[in-house]
Design a protein around this ligand. Structure first.
Ligand SMILES: Nc1ncnc2c1ncn2[C@@H]1O[C@H](COP(=O)(O)OP(=O)(O)OP(=O)(O)O)[C@@H](O)[C@H]1O
Ligand SMILES: [Mg+2]
Length: 391
C-alpha cells in the first residue's frame, strides 16, 4: 500500500483525534506511533471488558514508563473511560491519544474533556498538499478526497454509497444519535442537495416534514459528527445581530453527493460550482488547522444580494481600529470576468474594514493582478495557500 504523508503534526502531549469515518485517523496513528500501546474498542471482547470495568485499563497498560503513548481508538464507544484516562495522565504520566468520529457522544457522556489535559486535533479528507502530484481537481470535485476514493482503492460511487449506509447505520442508529431513522434520512437527502447554500430551517422543516427544532438538532448531529460545517455570514459592523442565514457545507463533495443521492447521475454546472467551493473551503479549514492560524471564516452577502464566497477575518474590528480581512471569490469558469471583483471591492470601501487581499480563483490557466485584486488558477492558489501566501 502507498502511504500518503499527512500534514498533521504529532503533539507532544495527550490529544483527541477526531474526524469523520474513513479519513485515515487510525492509519495515521499507526504510522506516527508504531510503538504505542493500542486499544481498539471495535474489538468486542475488549469493548465489553472496558465497558464493565474501566479500571482494567491501567492493568492492561501495566508497568509502561511515563511518556508512553497509549492509543484508544473509537473512544466514543466507552466515554466513561475518559475518567480513567484523566486519572492515568495525572498519576502515571502516560500520554493518551483518544481517537473517534463523534465528539457528540464524548461530550454527551457527561465527561469533562480532561480539563485541558488534552488538546483537540481534527483530521479531514486528503488535502491537495498531501496528495501532491496525485491531486486531480476534476476528479476531486466529482468524488471528493476520502483516502479510499482519492487513491482509487474502490470504485468511487460504490464506495461512497456504502460509506453513507454505514455512516447512517453505525454512527446514527447504533450510537442512538437520533430517535427515528426515516425522518433523519429524508433530512439528510435535503441537506445534501442544499450543500453550499444558505440554510432556511423553516423550508427544510416543511420539505422533510419534521419540526423546526428537529431540523436544528439534526444539523447539530451532522456538525458534531464532523460531516459538515456552518459558514456564518460576515457582519461588517460592530454589535449587529446576525441577519443572514449561515451556509452549510459538507466536509467532502463526494460525501455531499452520496447524501443527496446523486452518485449515479451526471453532475450539472451548478453542482460542480458548489463542489469547487466545497473543495476550497476544505483546503482553507485544513490550512487554518495545520498552520494554527485559527482564523474565523465567513461568506459575505452585499446589500444588493451578490456574494463573496469566503471572507477570512485576519483581525477583528475594535473600537479604534479596523477589521482586517481577506476576500476569496471562487468561479467555475475558464475566463475571468472583472465584474466578479465588485462585491470584494465594495467591502474594501467599507468604513471600519481594511481588505488585506482580494483573490479570485478560477479554472483558467493565467494569473492576473488587477489593482489589488489577484486572480489565480486553482492549483496556483492551493500551492500559495499551503505555503502561507494567502493568510
Ligand atoms: N495516509 C494514507 N495513505 C494511504 N491510504 C490511506 C491513508 N489513510 C487512510 N488510507 C486508506 O483509507 C482507509 C481508511 O482509513 P482509516 O481506517 O485509517 O480511517 P479512520 O479515520 O480510522 O476510519 P474510522 O473512523 O472508520 O475508524 C484505510 O484502510 C486505507 O486503505
Ligand atoms: Mg479508525
Amino acid at each position: 500500500m502507498v502511504y500518503i504523508n499527512r500534514n498533521i503534526r504529532l503533539p507532544n502531549c495527550s490529544f483527541f483525534l477526531l474526524g469523520p469515518r474513513n479519513v485515515g485517523k487510525s492509519t495515521w496513528l499507526k504510522n506516527v506511533l508504531p510503538n504505542a500501546k493500542y486499544f481498539d474498542l471495535l474489538e468486542s471482547s475488549l469493548y465489553f471488558e472496558l465497558l464493565q470495568n474501566p479500571d482494567d485499563l491501567e492493568a492492561m497498560i501495566g508497568t509502561a514508563s511515563p511518556d508512553t503513548w497509549v492509543i484508544i481508538d473509537e473512544i466514543q464507544k466507552v466515554p466513561a473511560l475518559l475518567n480513567e484516562v484523566h486519572r492515568l495522565i495525572e498519576n502515571k504520566g502516560w500520554r493518551f491519544v483518544l481517537c473517534g468520529s463523534s465528539a457528540r457522544k464524548i461530550r454527551r457522556g457527561g465527561v469533562n474533556l480532561l480539563g485541558g489535559r488534552a488538546i483537540m486535533c481534527n483530521l479531514e479528507s486528503f488535502s491537495s498538499s498531501e496528495l501532491r502530484e496525485l491531486f486531480d481537481l476534476e476528479f476531486s470535485m466529482e468524488w471528493g478526497t476520502l483516502p479510499v476514493v482519492a487513491l482509487n482503492l474502490m470504485s468511487p460511487p460504490e464506495f461512497l454509497n456504502s460509506y453513507f449506509e454505514t455512516y447512517i447505520k453505525e454512527e446514527i442508529k447504533e450510537e442512538g444519535l437520533v430517535r427515528a431513522l426515516p425522518p433523519f434520512i429524508r433530512f439528510v437527502n435535503i441537506a445534501g442537495l442544499l450543500n453550499g447554500q444558505s440554510i432556511n430551517a423553516q423550508n427544510i422543516s416543511r420539505d422533510a416534514m419534521i419540526s423546526r427544532t428537529t431540523v436544528d438538532s439534526y444539523f447539530s448531529v451532522l456538525t458534531d459528527t464532523l460531516l459538515g460545517y456552518f459558514l456564518p455570514a460576515y457582519q461588517p459592523k460592530l454589535k449587529v445581530r446576525e441577519q443572514t442565514h449561515p451556509k452549510f457545507y459538507w466536509f467532502d463533495s463526494g460525501v455531499a453527493r452520496a447524501a443527496s443521492g446523486l452518485l449515479f447521475e451526471p453532475l450539472d454546472r451548478l453542482w460542480k460550482g458548489t463542489a469547487l467551493e466545497t473543495l476550497i473551503f476544505h483546503e482553507l479549514r485544513v490550512y487554518n488547522e495545520m498552520s494554527k492560524r485559527n482564523r474565523p471564516i465567513y461568506f459575505y452577502k452585499t446589500t444588493s444580494g451578490s456574494e463573496i464566497d469566503f471572507v477570512i477575518e485576519n483581525r477583528k474590528q475594535r473600537p479604534n481600529s479596523k477589521a482586517h480581512i481577506t476576500c476569496i471569490e471562487v468561479k467555475l469558469s475558464e475566463k475571468w470576468n472583472r465584474k466578479w471583483e465588485k462585491p470584494a471591492r465594495s467591502l474594501d470601501n467599507h468604513k471600519g474594514i481594511y481588505v488585506d487581499k482580494m483573490i479570485g480563483i478560477y479554472l483558467g490557466k493565467r494569473e492576473y493582478h488587477f489593482d489589488k485584486f489577484e486572480v489565480y488558477p486553482v492549483a496556483t492558489f492551493l500551492q500559495k495557500l499551503h505555503k502561507k501566501g494567502i493568510f
